[in-house]
Design a protein around this ligand. Structure first.
Ligand code: HAM
Length: 420
């Protein structure tokens, strides 16, 4: 039997799971500070949702989806991202008929059949926020400020924020034609991917990873110079709100994002030094998505960040605060006849809210001590002949090795004092 997890997936074992709890805690508390509430959507959706929402010409939909037929021959897809699912939930539950905007956040696994490498997995975790129901440039700025705030709450101060506007369908259509006109004469010098897709999606040539494609299209017309008045105004407002809130960013003419739903603001945040996959987050405005998915025209804006990449950055900078992970008390049983008593003591400690455990494999005293250490116990209590006779427990500080005795009747209160 195959005992390896599928390629591009991995297990999170203790004690590493503590780092995830820490990270998720910072993400949740920062999002809630900004008034965002959690939404949970299914891991899989009807395939059509992503085809319509994300777009059939994108790499995510055309190459990377885990699509399967269920036993009733429905085409379903493991979600490659969560913005389309949020739009679907917004429509399904008629959230649009309530007070808008709504501000949601989510944390959970996404699935993409991509080539695994450092920072890139086939099952990976995203934290994201989505705001439905307002066109205000203050919300574009708010989600970006939230993203930056998360990084700073994690202690990640070295990042690069790239910003662009991809315009609205009207000005982008005019721009598309201009770009195709610029690319057509040099199309044969582009990489194979760009050569194939420049007529369908010429904007993707702008963010091609091949440096040669950038040389070939040098002097290309930029999106920023071709925005209509209203898109231009929106973009200027977003930039000036960010500036007046002290957010550093770089306008990036090459930033177009890989998903079709974006309109106006688009952004990406990179942490240099974590490898080729340096984008820890990306997002933007998507004013046409809800309508595209069958709902009433409703603007939206949001972003998602990759948790694996954030942990990679935290690890590299040694910033990971795993928090308290181990046990409070390990109960050592000195003699088989005290098994039942020590089991009861463990239960009493747990009832009092103290994290406690004991040995169940008949280990000798020394080996129990080693096991307690392995489990990260702060304290150990020894229960044996002497303790039962005297009504005094022996308490050992696992960090310093100091031992003291305390009356069994006061034990819980004293342990609680020692743990704070
Ligand atoms: P995305 O840029 O495709 O956007 O993904 C967002 C983040 O997820 C990336 O910046 C990266 O950190 C992480 N990520 C993506 N693919 C992988 C992978 N294969 N392995 C590890 N991490 C990965 C979206 O998904 C949009 N839904 C974001 C959004 C929300 N836009 C508006 N609202």
């Amino acid at each position: 039997m195959e005992t390896k997890a599928p390629r591009g997936t991995y297990d999170i074992l203790p004690p590493d799971s503590a780092a995830w709890h820490y990270l998720e805690g910072v993400l949740r508390s920062t999002a809630e500070l900004y008034g965002y509430q959690e939404i949970r959507t299914p891991m899989f959706e009807h395939t059509e949702l992503f085809e319509r929402g994300v777009g059939t010409s994108t790499d995510v939909v055309s190459k990377e989806m885990y699509t399967f037929f269920d036993r009733s021959k429905r085409s379903l897809t493991l979600r490659p991202e969560n913005t389309a699912s949020c739009a679907r939930a917004f429509i399904e539950h008629r959230v649009y008929s309530g007070m808008l905007p709504v501000k949601w956040y989510y944390i959970g696994p996404m699935f993409r059949y991509d080539r695994p490498q450092t920072g890139r997995f086939r099952q990976f975790n995203q934290f994201g926020v989505e705001v439905f129901g307002s066109r205000s440039p203050y919300l574009d700025a708010e989600v970006i400020i939230l993203l930056v705030d998360i990084l700073s709450n994690l202690g990640l101060m070295e990042y690069e924020l790239h910003l662009n506007s991809v315009g609205c369908p009207k000005c982008r259509e005019v721009y598309r034609e201009k770009l195709i006109e610029h690319i057509t004469p040099v199309k044969d010098s582009l990489c194979e991917d760009c050569n194939q897709r420049y007529l369908i999606n010429p904007l993707r040539v702008l963010d091609c990873k091949q440096a040669s494609c950038h040389q070939v299209i040098e002097g290309y017309p930029t999106l920023a110079a071709n925005l209509c008045d209203s898109c231009q105004q929106h973009y200027s407002q977003v930039q000036s709100i960010l500036e007046s809130n002290g957010v550093d960013f770089t306008h990036d003419d090459n930033l177009v994002r890989g998903l079709d739903y974006y309109t106006n603001t688009a952004f990406e945040i990179h942490i240099p030094g974590i490898g080729a996959q340096s984008a820890v987050g990306g997002g933007g405005r998507y004013d046409g998505l809800v309508e595209e998915c069958g709902g009433p025209a409703t603007p939206g804006v949001g972003f998602a960040m990759g948790l694996e990449r954030l942990l990679l950055a935290l690890n590299l900078l040694n910033l990971q605060q795993t928090g308290k992970n181990g046990l409070d008390v390990f109960v050592i049983t000195a003699g088989d006849q005290f098994e039942e008593l020590s089991f009861q003591v463990v239960q009493e400690l747990r009832t009092a809210g103290i994290k406690a455990a004991k040995d169940h494999n008949g280990r000798a005293l020394k080996a129990q001590m080693k096991y307690a250490d392995r489990l990260g116990a702060a304290l150990a209590i020894i229960i044996g002949e002497d303790e039962v006779k005297s009504g005094q427990l022996t308490l050992r500080n696992m960090g310093t090795g100091e031992q003291q005795s305390l009356a069994a009747v006061d034990a819980i209160d004293r342990i609680k004092e020692m743990l704070v």
